[in-house]
Design a protein around this ligand. Structure first.
Ligand SMILES: O=P(O)(O)OC[C@H]1O[C@H](OP(=O)(O)OP(=O)(O)O)[C@H](O)[C@@H]1O
Ligand SMILES: Nc1nc2[nH]cnc2c(=O)[nH]1
Length: 179
């Protein structure tokens, strides 16, 4: 696998599809065990989380539900600093065991803005599961319960994550090439 170009930028292979799927499967097994006698409601944050959520959901063997919301803040490779709710939460989460699914926590701004809305509705419990976390980039700390990969502070692409709309279809993860 070699360098790819998306719009004006070059990306190098970073995490293979096999490695990603293996971690996602391990995460599902942990959730299957932790929520054995429960029926969690997953809240998947679109767009970036669609692939992670779909793969994770297929490995779940416990009764579980899923709903989707759409938040966005990134333009190109940088956070715009403003989180927009394009599709809000329309499911009653009061008294439910909630697991939020995010593809990536970078600055932490997106999740830290959304979490108060969830707490306000008094779920029975709340956990956060992420595919990727960039600890060095996080300025709005979020307590993450399940992390598949901790990664360096470099822009990544693929497996649902885009660069200006493109690259979400790539089945593996790529990293922005240094100039
Ligand atoms: O921790 P943060 O710095 O807030 O970054 C994380 C957010 O950035 C991405 O969303 P984006 O705004 O790119 O929208 P998208 O999911 O529709 O691509 C990603 O899906 C997270 O929601
Ligand atoms: N595609 C992509 N979106 C992001 N949103 C926050 N960080 C990232 C990143 O590294 N890549």
């Amino acid at each position: 696998m070699s360098t790819i170009q998306v719009h004006d930028k070059f990306f190098i292979p970073y995490l293979s599809e096999e490695k990603i799927i293996e971690k996602v499967k391990q995460l599902a097994e942990r959730i299957n065990s932790d929520y054995k006698d429960k029926r969690p409601l997953f809240i998947s944050i679109l767009n970036g989380s669609f692939m992670f959520s779909a793969d994770l959901f297929k490995f779940l063997t416990i009764e579980s539900e899923i709903c989707f919301i759409k938040l966005a803040s990134y333009k190109g490779t940088k956070s715009s600093g403003q989180v927009i709710t394009a599709i809000g939460l329309d499911t009653d989460i009061h008294g439910r065991d909630i697991i939020i699914l995010e593809d990536i926590i970078d600055t932490g701004k997106t999740l830290s803005q959304f979490l108060p809305q969830v707490f306000n509705q008094q779920p029975a419990s709340l956990k956060i599961a992420v595919l990727l976390h960039k600890p060095e980039a996080t300025v709005h700390p979020v307590d993450i319960d399940y992390t598949c990969f901790s990664i360096p502070n470099k822009f990544v692409l693929g497996y649902g994550l885009d660069y200006n709309g493109l690259g979400r279809n790539l089945s593996q993860l790529y990293q922005l090439k240094e100039e």
